[in-house]
Write a new protein. Sequence first.
Length: 64
Amino acid sequence: MNSLNTKANIKSPDEFYAELLAVHEGLSKAESDALNARLILLLANHIGDRQVLSEALQAARRKD
């Protein structure tokens, strides 16, 4: 069983963030929200591990 990795793990994180912002450019709020939903589902499918996904949901819900 794997566990959620919350440590920095993305190569070139600034480049990824810029790409993430760029893919939203010119979209309406509804289109941007739909893109985010599709991205979440694609990444969740890639992860595949239900325990890790549950941990991610709980971590994202926390406000601290």
